[in-house]
Design a protein around this ligand. Structure first.
Ligand code: NAD
Ligand code: 6OD
Length: 478
């Protein structure tokens, strides 16, 4: 797969190249062009021109049809998308085939469907009546696109998370410039091919590759021609983008990091809680922003839970690598730090040796820790690997206090068979998403996002359409 920029309907590879490394075995997959300031400028200019040209005058039906064509195009190249995501990330084939590619298709279809519930030209019922001080008037509200939208996406769910923003942005009539993570350029390039084949007007969707700081990401988010920024990634990166966007007061939507808690009450179905925590802590080797890194277990079932979770973690096979050598080193440094801070390592704690080509890759062991104080850095900071710390609690209030004592607030999981407790606890956990007796069960219409350092704004269904369009009041004096 050759990574290319896509600017104004043209594929190009200018800019210095950097190598793309396969995380599964450390081999070189190819090279990626690094977008210069000129390439980014060209992309923003092409996006602006699209808004002033045919794309700017498309109606809801044409845009819905365009989104459906893109979904069909991804479906037609399902295996290529899966293979590209697997090569860039090293994730298990099953994950790419059941999560990444179907969700990308679903993202486009969901927003095509939603468009029909939302006529853009008269979003609210007209309000006839008196307008203060001016006499009788008719007020109505028009929703219009924001303009040129910059989308910056991370490496952990490259296709899923970029399409989760591209689909609603295009649905609302914006023109998009996407900068995917430098670690995972391939599915974005394939998506540009699909969009090109689908016949969207030139410049409606543009793609630039490259790094973030002092590079393509920064050039794009600080660009005066960008009207809004939708970003998913680390909280510290969000802060840097916010500073960069401040000069032009560019609106932002942020999905950021987490240190997600799970609360396991003694009345829970323990089989389900153990199964659920294996999934929530170790899926995609913990490289999902929603993964659980802190587990609080009511004391009567604490020992049994820890033993069972540890056994399950030790028995895991077929898990994928960390995205890069640097990220593996970061995760392993937290394993060392946890030991230094006094952790008991119940399972894992290091890097596996496979005795085959995977030893050139970036794997780390699924790890279960106990015994750390709540002040330990390994308990407070996002590690973004296959690791959780398990601690006991005695009361519901204590469980909530521990769960909420975090700078983050993305997602949480509550395991209980007590219906009253579920309803009592769920609204008190300070996270944007609370799953009860499940994890990562998604309905694309629901609000998705974090509180505190985990984000600004909400995505999903109408929430994304609200961000990517602006209500304008039209007031007609009668
Ligand atoms: P990252 O913040 O390092 O990079 C994300 C993107 O931002 C990349 O495309 C990168 O090139 C770009 N970038 C970096 N610095 C930039 C800058 N100064 N200006 C503009 N762009 C810049 O994140 P990552 O390592 O790719 O992803 C992992 C992180 O993302 C974790 O913290 C994880 O929790 C978070 N995440 C959050 C969600 C969510 O929905 N809340 C989803 C996925 C990942
Ligand atoms: O499921 C989603 O819509 C979503 N935004 C998931 C984010 C996962 C973070 O890694």
């Amino acid at each position: 797969m050759k990574a290319e920029h896509y600017v104004g309907g043209v594929f190009r590879s200018d800019g210095p190249a950097f190598p793309l490394i396969a995380p599964v075995d450390g081999t070189e997959l190819g090279s990626v062009p690094e977008a210069t300031r000129e390439v980014v400028d060209d992309a923003v200019t092409a996006a602006r021109a699209a808004l002033q040209g045919p794309w700017g005058s498309t109606g809801v039906e044409e845009r819905a049809a365009a989104l459906r064509s893109v979904a069909d195009g991804i479906e037609a190249r399902f295996d290529e998308f899966a293979d590209a995501e697997i090569a860039d990330t090293g994730r298990p084939r099953e994950f790419a085939r059941t999560v990444d590619v179907p969700r990308a298709i679903g993202n486009f279809r969901a927003y095509a469907d939603l468009l029909y519930g939302r006529p853009e030209r008269a979003y609210t019922t007209p309000i006839p009546g008196w307008s203060t001080g001016t006499g009788e008037a008719l007020n109505y509200t028009v929703r219009r696109p924001l303009g040129v939208v910059a989308i910056i996406s991370p490496w952990n769910l490259p296709l899923l998370l970029s399409t989760w923003k591209i689909a609603p942005a295009l649905a609302c009539g914006n023109a998009v410039v996407l900068k995917p993570s430098e670690e995972t350029p391939s599915t974005a390039t394939l998506l540009a091919r699909v969009i090109d084949d689908a016949g969207l007007p030139d410049g409606a969707f543009n793609l630039v590759h490259g790094h973030g700081p002092a590079a393509a990401g920064e050039f794009l988010t600080g660009h005066p021609g960008v009207d809004a920024i939708a970003f998913t990634g680390e909280s510290a990166t969000g802060a840097a983008i916010m500073r960069n966007a401040a000069d032009h007061v560019t609106p932002i939507s942020f999905e950021l990091g987490g240190k997600n808690p799970a609360l396991v009450f003694a009345d829970a179905d323990l089989d389900a809680a153990v199964d659920g925590t294996v999934r929530s802590s170790f899926t995609h080797s913990g490289q999902i922003c929603l993964c659980t890194e802190r587990v609080y277990v009511e004391r009567p079932v604490f020992d049994e839970f820890v033993t069972r979770l540890g056994e399950r973690a030790e028995a895991l096979t077929g898990y994928g690598p960390m995205i890069s050598a640097d990220h593996r080193e970061k995760v392993l440094s937290y394993y060392r730090l946890a030991r230094d801070e006094g952790a008991t390592v119940v399972a894992g704690g290091g890097a596996p040796a496979f005795g085959d080509e995977r030893d050139g890759g970036f794997h780390v062991e699924p790890t279960v820790l106990t015994g750390l104080p709540e002040t330990a850095r390994a308990v407070r900071e996002e590690i973004f690997g296959p690791v959780c710390h398990v601690a006991p609690f005695d009361t519901e209030d204590e469980a909530l206090r521990l769960a909420n004592d975090s700078p983050y607030g993305l997602a949480s999981t509550v395991w209980t068979r007590d219906l009253s407790r579920a309803h009592r606890v769920a609204p008190r956990v300070e996270t944007g998403v609370v799953w009860v007796n499940c994890w990562n069960l998604r309905d694309l219409r629901t609000p998705f996002g974090g509180v505190k350092a985990s984000g600004i704004g909400r995505e999903g269904g109408e929430y994304s359409l609200d961000f990517f369009s602006e209500p304008v009041n039209v007031c007609i004096q009668i």
